[in-house]
Design a protein around this ligand. Sequence first.
Ligand code: BZD
Length: 801
Amino acid sequence: MKLTLAQFKRDFLAEIKTLYATDLSDTSSLGQFIALGHLVRRYNGSHWQDTAERYRKHDQKQVYYFSIEFLPGRLLSSNLLNLGLLDTVRQGLSELGLDFKTISAAEPDPGLGNGGLGRLAACYMDSMASLGIAGNGNGIRYRYGLFKQVFMDGYQVELPDDWLRNGNVWEVRRENKACLVRFGGNVWMAPQPDGSLKAMYEHTDDVLAVPYDIGMIGYQNDVTNTLRLWSAELPPSADNSYYSQAQRDRIDDITKVLYPDDSNSEGQALRLRQEYFFSSAGVQSILRHFGLRHQGMKELAKKVAIHINDTHPTLVIPEMMRILLDDHHCSWEVAWELTTKVMSYTNHTIMQEALETWPIDMFKGLLPRIYQIVVEIDRRYRAAKTPVFGEDLVNRTAPLGNGQVRMAFLAVIGSHSVNGVAPLHTELLKADVLRDLYQVYPERFNNKTNGITMRRWVQLANEPLSTLIDSKIGPTWRQQPNQLKTLAAYQNDAKFLKQLTAVKTENKVALAAYIKSELGIDVRTDAIFDVQIKRLHAYKRQLLHVFEIIREYLAIKDHPETVEPARVHVFGAKAAPSYHYAKSIIKLINALADLVNHDPKVGDRLKVAFIPNYGVSLGELIIPAADVSEQISTASKEASGTSNMKLMANGAVSLATLDGANIDIIEAAGEGNEYSFGLTAKAVYGYYERGDYHAADFYNADPELKRILETLVDGTIPGISTEGREIYDSLLRYNDEYFVLADYESYVQQQQQISEDFQDQQLWQHKALANIAAAGIFSADLAVARYSEDIWQVPHAKLLN
Ligand code: BZD
């Protein structure tokens, strides 16, 4: 949109006056941010309304992306960028004596997710809007986001994330679109005079679902889509005094906190209530919206696609069946056909413990009508498939089995498409995790490799790099990220490679300043910034990275005369509060950091910075400064990874196992431009099949490794007597579930190679550039375009290759 500098300044000062009845000089950065937020909303108001109007007018097919997590990050800069106002606003503020960065940093970063899955959902929202797809997000408005992480004595302490304390400028509460969600009670089917059956309820616990909408602004295309987050409240009509405190609390609890858990479903009943709550509210609102504009439900699958982001929203399937059967009186066959045509499902993990199941007794008590429908889905599935596939396979794959409701199976059976998030992951779904269902529905399985939005992760997070890229290939890569590949022409351009080093250094200076102010550690900006940022989990193997730090530390102590490039090891990672082992690793890293950072013999040659409270905003600071991207999960365990893509696009080289999308990154950038190592997925499965992995053999065969392991228990690292022993035992007594010892040698070899290569900056930046140039294929715009064509069947703005 068009906005002159003078107009912006007038609008901003007027907004300040209206909101606060005071002068600019009397406002805080937060106050200024809120005023800016209001302005952006106002500037964009007509786009949002017009977009909805346009979709209505053309009766455009809508995509609804259901996800129990969304991690949008701060929205001020990206909204301004997408509206084309960023430069004007920055300049205007600076003329008013204000610093845009400071104001932007006052915005709370909503932590409505754990990690990759939630951030992916946010990237896809951005891309859907930017491609002009009628995409809607549907999720939960958690009162408290993922905990705020602080370290006390090196231990993780979790504090509440009160992100709504000052309100949320981006949201609109739409009370007129609220709906009721029913839990518990009794349900029975009462015969009606016309011969049909009607679902009757008594003694239900009703909860009011109130939507809060946030505009998702497309990149300079006048499109604004909606992310709808639901909040649980007391139903309004009832006399409030009728509710006991316990009942009020039960309702309040539903949307109170995000489960800080990305490995296993806990909190059981409450988690199930959360899942049904937003699934039901979302489906009710979709069908209501559709019903207002269509006669009957016949066209539903032509006009609506619902995407199930991992299994948490799977209850959209029986919920849609419920409404079609009970309220619209469709036959089972018609309802089922519509439902399966509408639904599609993405799996994000092969970790067995993360595959959701619910005890039938609990499920039945909480969701009696939904349970009846699942029983019928199960009965029909068995009846149809047993003659073809036999009883055993059908027993193994039916929605109900072993006293459990099996959500992933229900999701596959009730959808027309099932996808993994990287080629290896999809192959493993077919061959292992969902092998039996793949026999039944081979045509449903497909791969959609993840992607990231280059606008947030390169353009905004790394302006020095964006400007440098523009100077060579012009600005159109911003819309057509595949054009980045034309940068390859400069791989041997010494001057350009020097400029790349300068860009990296500029970003390192910014990160170093943060590390100094937060942790009090001085780091050298000519050091190798070796970065691992992701949730803390044993399979992600932060422990392997720790072993490398201990190795480097011992090498400096033993041979101070050998000079290697300085290293800064940067970690960002939260552990689920109940995940004891992961918390022990956090303590280990912090204890090691203490030892290394304060050893005068080490000086500035080696530093460890564990930056607390990792999230989207810290990612934006850390990623542009990284030289090495640690992607070192046990092969087969990381479905895709997305920090690997963000780091690649910012010119970090991957130190990576052949896992998830690492494989595709290595192929895209060329093997010579990455550092791959370790067991392949096939080799890992080989060990499982033969049962012949003996961690102790690796320990005994390698004196260096042996010595490193001993430092966990011999007092070399002070302060970890219990954690050190626990970790040591996990490797040797319990046989190293994630093959850390097996991969140690090849990992260290590559680390040594990195130290050698880094000294030749031209060679190093040549590799960095190969990564940047190849990163375009991991753009979320391309990923979303593939979802649109293959799964949702909706039109999108054409992307050039
Ligand atoms: O999803 C992650 C995978 O681990 C990554 O490999 C992948 O890149 C991303 C995006 O596809 N999975 C998650 O982030 N999973 C969760 O966060 C999660 C949350 C709640 C319950 C279970 C899993």
